[in-house]
Design a binder for this molecule. Structure first.
Ligand code: F6P
Length: 751
């Protein structure tokens, strides 16, 4: 209140000062103007009867003079006229003029002495009289003076009116200013501060969630953002403390970000962690003139970002966003996540040719279909291989730069884009502990054997100290492949390969998700998502919702999924108009013809099915083709009755785990392909063969008619398992295993 008062008083003082000064100037100008008018009128009048007076003086016609003086009395403001001789004695004057005025000898004398131009006002009782003198010569050398008496009391009255008007206006302005100031301060400062303080208090006593209510005005928007981040940190810290306390109480050993941080600190002796992947965790794109940060779709980022947030360190990745290098420093580094920087992202620039050959070509037209049994022929081109080699070299140089000052650095390489990287790094830094995690399936040796560069790929990988796959089955396939490809010593008991003195351990590490993440996303949404509202927002209606979330990729079984929806609606027409599949699809690798064709086929199939079952306000399939953020995806997980993960072949598939993590109400049914790595762990899902459309249609039906208790039991078991086997445990196992290895004399295996 004091600040409001001070502000109002200061504003009023300034306004009053300005208004008074300007009024003073106005009044002054007005006075000058009015006096000029009186003077001009008096001069005009005096001149007009000057000759008649002269004539009467010369003819000594006193009666004529008196008549003349009387003729000009009481005209408008003119009180009268008088004629004086050169000594100041009255010769003749208007009868209306009071004698005391006519006899004001000193003033008249002063006028006469002053000559023309010595006009001035004099006070006469309550009146103010203006005396205007005009010199007159008659009979050649005799002098006389005509004096005009004008009542100018009205001038003071006019000026008073100006002052009065100014003061009234001033008063109105002061009231207006006070009201506007009060309103502005109240709306923009007082109310938001009260709201903020109220929310903070509730937060402190645990009555509010981490989401700040919409503050009035926008002055506090930056503060609100910071406060929201602080609040979520506070909540996370509280949750972690509660968790820790609970774990201590139960004697459990759940992996949390805090525990992972401690684990990495102690295992790695304070050294930073280095992660390398093709896909970057944060991408900067242009939206008009603005630059926006997005989180790319895909399991790798979902899994590794929480680890890096917890552990810190440096993530080296391809800078593929169009605005990526506009925000990095001179060394292509940037701290991420943007809202709460926790680790460094080092971006590697690639030319268009490099990206074409290494990423689209060798990695995604070659290795990707080679490792996924989805009946798409791999294409291997010599030029692509050359680019693949060169880009691996480029990344190796970048990583070597990053680890230059770190003794025995720990490097985690991700995926099939970098099979050559482990050997390239080890050749220069044998002290580095290098692990590779292979996020996709590893096929059997016969399948892998069709790759013309299979030996180089395997040798490159064997440069690592540790190779991780999602499942034991993929580990077996890898060791079989090594066995068939080259001379080496394979230890089937310990799952390791010895090649020219270097030992590589091969182990399964089933990747997972941050179990708490959906909870955070829902908090960020502000309220619990409601199925009816979400569907209504799309202009539709539905009673049952199935959800599919994928990168648009031919390995994900999306075509088979929509066909299964069609078959389900055919078999159970009572669900027509009631069941909708919400398919969220992030466009991916769109420059590859196979992906183009796949997308076109998917659109055609969705259109065909929707047309077949066409009904007012309802669709069998809603295909939301765009990049969705985690918040939106979580919203769809939350409202779904069933989630369909129908990959034809998949390393793990984290959508299955994200869906389970999101269902804190222990409801919802997961339909999961037996060809996704996740099916090895998530036994409580409805496991299906995605090629068997009939079976999938039945699974959809069962997911919608399953008894509630069974749904709860299945989901509860999956959630318990996921809670324990979360992404932090995965990271702890992988880094723990890597740090445990004995670093023997290293010799680079030669092809
Ligand atoms: O899981 C395999 C993988 O290639 C990951 O490396 C990546 O996160 C995801 O698929 C998405 O693919 P891309 O990076 O080619 O968009």
């Amino acid at each position: 209140m004091r600040i409001t008062f001070k502000l109002i008083v200061s504003l009023i003082v300034v306004v009053v000062f300005v208004a008074l000064v300007s009024a003073w100037f106005n009044v002054r100008q007005e006075r000058i103007k009015l006096y000029d008018e009186v003077r001009a009128q008096s001069a005009l009048l005096a001149e007009s009867f000057k000759e008649s007076i002269r004539h009467n003086l010369e003819t000594k016609n006193r009666a004529g003079l008196q008549k003349l003086a009387d003729k000009f009395q009481n005209q408008k403001k003119l009180e009268g006229v008088a004629v004086y001789d050169s000594a100041g004695s009255l010769i003749s004057g208007s009868s209306s003029l009071p004698p005391e005025l006519l006899a004001r000898v000193p003033e008249i004398n002063a006028l006469i002495a002053g000559g023309d131009g010595s006009d001035r006002p004099y006070a006469l009782g309550s009146k103010k009289i203006y005396l205007y003198p005009l010199a007159l010569t008659f009979n050649e050398n005799e002098k006389a003076r005509i004096v005009l008496f004008t009542d100018i009391s009205y001038i003071d009255y006019d000026l008073f009116k100006i002052w009065k008007r100014t003061l009234i206006r001033l008063l109105a302005q002061m009231i207006l200013i006070s009201l506007v100031t009060l309103f502005v301060i109240r709306w923009n400062l007082v109310d938001p501060v009260i709201q903020l303080a109220d929310w903070m208090k509730k937060l402190r006593v645990g009555e509010a969630d981490g989401h700040m209510p919409q503050l009035k005005g926008d002055i506090f928007a930056p503060l609100a953002r910071e406060a929201t981040t602080l609040a979520s940190n506070l909540r996370a810290a509280r949750r972690a403390a509660q968790n820790e306390a609970r774990l201590r109480q139960n004697g459990e050993s759940l992996w949390t970000p805090e525990r992972l941080k401690e684990h990495i600190k102690s295992k790695m002796d304070g050294r930073p962690l280095f992660v390398v992947s093709n896909r970057e965790p944060y991408m900067h794109i242009k939206e008009g003139k603005d630059i926006r940060t997005i989180v790319p779709a895909g399991g790798l980022v979902t899994a590794l970002d929480p680890i890096m947030k917890a552990a810190g360190g440096t993530w080296v990745a391809h800078g593929s966003g169009e605005a990526d290098f506009e925000v990095t420093d001179a060394d292509n580094r940037i701290k991420v996540p943007p809202e709460e920087p926790a680790y460094n992202l080092r971006r590697v620039p690639l030319t268009k040719e490099e990206e074409d050959g290494y990423y689209y070509g060798f990695s995604n037209e070659g290795i990707w279909p080679l490792c996924h049994i989805a009946h798409v022929r791999p294409t291997f081109r010599k030029e692509d291989w050359q680019y693949y080699y060169d880009v691996n070299k480029k990344f190796a140089e970048t990583v070597l730069e990053e680890i230059a000052d770190v003794k025995e650095p720990c490097v985690l390489i991700q995926d099939y884009h970098f099979t050559l990287l482990p050997s390239m790094i080890k050749a220069v830094r044998p002290d580095a502990r290098v692990a590779v995690f292979w996020h996709i399936p590893w096929p059997n040796p016969e399948t892998f054997g069709i790759c013309p560069w299979q030996k180089e790929l395997v040798l490159g990988l064997l440069g690592a100290d540790l190779i991780g796959f999602h499942t034991q089955f993929f580990c077996n396939n890898f060791l079989d492949t090594v066995d068939r490809t080259m001379e080496s010593r394979i230890n089937w008991e310990h799952f390791s390969v010895q090649k020219e003195g270097h030992i590589t351990m091969v182990k399964p590490f089933p990747i997972s998700v941050d179990f708490q993440q959906p909870d955070k996303e829902v908090k960020a949404l502000g309220r619990k998502p409601d199925p009816k509202t979400v569907i209504k927002e799309l202009g539709l209606r539905a009673e049952y919702i199935g959800v599919g979330v994928d990168r648009i990729d031919y390995t994900k079984g999306i075509l088979e999924r929509v066909k299964a929806v069609e078959r389900f609606l055919e078999k159970h027409p009572e669900y027509q108009g009631k069941f909708t599949l919400m398919q969220l699809g992030a466009p991916s690798r769109t420059h590859i013809p196979q992906y183009h064709r796949f997308l076109a086929e998917l659109h055609a199939e969705v259109d065909r099915i929707n047309w077949r079952f066409k009904a007012k306000d309802w669709k069998a399939i809603v295909f939301l083709e765009k990049h969705h953020d985690h918040k939106t995806i979580t919203k769809f997980y939350k409202i779904a009755d069933t989630c369909l993960v129908t990959s034809l072949h998949d390393g793990m598939n984290l959508v299955a785990k994200e869906f389970v993590a999101a269902r804190d109400d222990n409801s919802g049914v997961l339909i999961l392909s037996r060809f996704a790595g996740a099916s090895r762990e998530m036994k409580d899902a409805l496991i299906v063969n995605p090629y068997d459309i009939e079976q999938m249609a039945d699974a959809i039906y069962y997911s919608l008619t399953m008894p509630k208790e069974e749904i709860t039991e299945r989901m509860t078991r999956m959630r318990q398992d996921l809670h324990e086997n979360n992404i932090y445990k995965w990271a702890a196992n992988l880094t723990g295993e890597l740090m445990k290895l004995r670093m023997d004399e290293f010799k680079l295996p030669v092809a």
